[in-house]
Design a protein around this ligand. Structure first.
Ligand SMILES: C[S@@+](CC[C@H](N)C(=O)[O-])C[C@H]1O[C@@H](n2cnc3c(N)ncnc32)[C@H](O)[C@@H]1O
Length: 385
């Protein structure tokens, strides 16, 4: 599989002076940290680069989503994803008493606003909509989005600092949140897995091979020089968000693979990727705080984590198949095909959501339930996980 280009090969657009200063301050802090405590694991590096309380990517308030940012997610393209999710959610909400929707990692609040609006139209709003969000600046943004688009339901929305700690019933809906969890980068060397860690060389941040570590990865990946990732916090995170769900279901959408595809012998440089102003590259240490970092999701590991947490994985399919099964054609038809700007924008959105070369096949949907029968999923691929 082809390697991804490095930041300098791409000649990435120069950051504005204010953003540059912010990244330099964060880099300096990371270097001081390394000088005092030694090299940083990739998980710790991710924590600094994405979640440093003031300068981290998800906390610093700079534009990230949409045309003026670094990447675009499905809810930012339009209402199509939410329209179909609402179709999936509606019969389940009707089955539950006092249901809540919990959305971890809500970005700009676009999905929350569109989903609440679609559910309102179907007359099946949940009693409450909880957003579990780590970023203060994004919380402000989410509130503003919801207030602007569905002001009459704002009172149902609550922001959580930690996963629910009391028993609740409802649905967990997450888009592109699992890929943001910090990974452990690993390389295979002399018959052992070793962590890749971040240190300094001539005042530059660099990756070096660290200690040998235990890693439960497929034998196909055990070849000299192979680089890959796993996500140690995946299972604890899944357990935390599902722990007190008494009855309900979960839908997580993200880019990723089954375990067999993830640790394919030819995927020799892993899936970790940086996004800056809509360019994807593999220079993960470039300008900490200014670019998004993520890894593809190992959906087999995610299903395993759900199972271990007492949820029953119930469905797995591509985003395209899921959206087609839950009404995307009706969404497109409602916009009309009259050549108006609105209909053309919807057509474009539908293409981006479903084409294999866009999000359609790269993004997968995993469904799970606890004590609730889910609508049947055509072409369910759960057996592949
Ligand atoms: C790539 S963005 C996706 C945003 C949104 N779901 C969308 O589709 O546009 C990742 C989101 O997850 C949030 N996030 C990252 N780690 C998180 C965690 N451990 N718990 C909850 N949210 C988290 C980020 O702050 C951000 O809102």
């Amino acid at each position: 599989m082809p390697g991804r280009p490095h930041g300098d090969e791409l000649s990435l657009p120069a950051p504005e002076p204010e953003a540059l200063a912010l990244s330099q301050a964060l880099s300096q802090e990371i270097k001081e940290h390394i000088a005092s405590t030694g090299p940083l694991s990739s998980e710790r590096f991710w924590q600094h680069a994405l979640y440093h309380p003031t300068h981290g990517y998800y906390h610093n308030g700079l534009a990230k989503f949409g045309a003026g940012g670094d990447f675009i997610t499905a809810p930012e393209l339009g209402d199509g994803l939410a329209y179909c999710l609402a179709r999936w959610c509606a019969p389940l909400l009707a089955e539950l008493s006092a249901p809540v929707i919990l959305e971890p990692g809500a970005g700009t609040g676009a999905l929350a606003a569109s989903l609440l609006s679609a559910l309102d139209t179907q007359n099946c709003l949940p009693d409450a909509y909880w957003i579990l969000e780590v970023s203060g600046s994004l919380r402000d943004r989410q509130r503003a989005t919801i207030e602007a688009r569905v002001p009459h339901v704002l009172e149902r929305v609550r922001w959580l600092d930690t996963p629910p700690e009391e028993s609740w019933t409802g649905l967990i809906v997450g888009n592109e949140v699992v890929d943001a969890l910090p990974p452990r980068r690993l390389t295979y060397f002399e018959d052992r897995w070793h962590e890749l860690v971040v240190t300094t060389d001539s005042d530059e941040l660099v990756w070096v091979r660290g200690e040998a570590v235990e890693a439960d990865l497929p034998v196909e990946a055990c070849q000299p020089g192979y680089v890959t990732e796993d996500v140690p916090m995946l299972a604890p995170w899944v357990k935390a968000i599902t722990d007190h769900l008494e009855r309900g279901a979960l839908v997580l959408i993200d880019y990723g693979y089954t375990r067999r595809e993830y640790y394919h012998p030819q995927r020799t440089s892993g899936t970790a990727i940086a996004h800056y102003r809509h360019r994807a590259h593999d220079d993960l240490l470039w300008m900490p705080g200014l670019q998004d970092l993520s890894v593809s999701v190992d959906f087999s590991a995610l299903a395993q984590a759900l199972h271990a947490a007492g949820m029953a994985p119930a469905g797995f399919t591509s985003q395209a198949q899921f959206l087609i099964a839950f009404g995307l054609a009706d969404y497109a038809a409602a916009a009309g095909m009259d050549g108006s700007p609105q209909s053309l924008a919807t057509l474009q959105e539908v293409k981006q959501l479903t084409l294999p070369s866009e999000m359609g096949e790269r993004f997968q949907v995993l469904l799970a339930q606890r004590g609730l029968e889910l609508p049947s999923l055509p072409l369910n691929q759960l057996h592949r996980l």
